[in-house]
Design a protein. Structure first.
Length: 183
């Protein structure tokens, strides 16, 4: 009986830790998106913000599930609270897929985000998917398949800036004791 209670307590503790960590990571994405965001003069909804860098960092450090949830929840809430409500469904899908792809590639073959090359490949591979989801979302919203092309350059800039920030930060964070242990 004693062993069963300990196992149950350990599982409950692990689930609680996982839930709290996911909430903290989503909050980091939300705050990073809100902290600096510059509306681009091109396209319909393009912003340059730090949320993309945070999404990349989380997906690389914590894997595909956390990357998908943090990106979708954090940036989805930004759209909801920031006056971009019409974009929230598209953002949730785009950023969930983006976080998942980055994390899946960064954590492939048991690497757990330890390969700089795979981290970069993951971020780059996620970009066309994010661009495609926003293109389709904007095309449906505005019933126009030409106008969404104007947002593509800004979305590319946002992703490249995010990648340039995330990779060096991940290299440094991976050297800390917290990320050297396997949790």
């Amino acid at each position: 009986m004693q062993i069963t209670q300990r196992q149950t307590h350990a599982k409950t503790h692990a689930k609680t830790f996982d839930l709290v960590l996911t909430a903290i990571l989503a909050t980091l994405v939300l705050v990073s998106t809100m902290f600096i965001n510059i509306k681009l003069p091109i396209g319909q909804g393009g912003l340059i913000h730090l949320g993309t860098a945070m999404l990349f960092i989380i997906a690389i450090l914590f894997g595909p599930k956390k990357g998908a949830l943090a990106g979708a929840i954090g940036m989805g809430l930004f759209d909801i609270f920031g006056g971009w409500l019409i974009w929230a469904p598209t953002t949730i899908v785009a950023r969930a897929l983006q976080g998942y792809i980055v994390g899946k590639i960064a954590w492939s073959n048991g690497r757990r985000g330890d390969s700089i090359k795979l981290n970069i490949v993951g971020a780059i591979a996620s970009m066309p998917v994010m661009l495609a989801v926003y293109y389709v979302g904007q095309g449906v919203m505005y019933n126009n398949w030409v106008a969404p092309m104007a947002s593509i350059p800004g979305d590319i800039i946002q992703n490249v800036v995010g990648l340039m920030i995330a990779i060096p930060l991940c290299v440094g964070l991976k050297k800390t004791p917290f990320f050297r242990k396997k949790f």
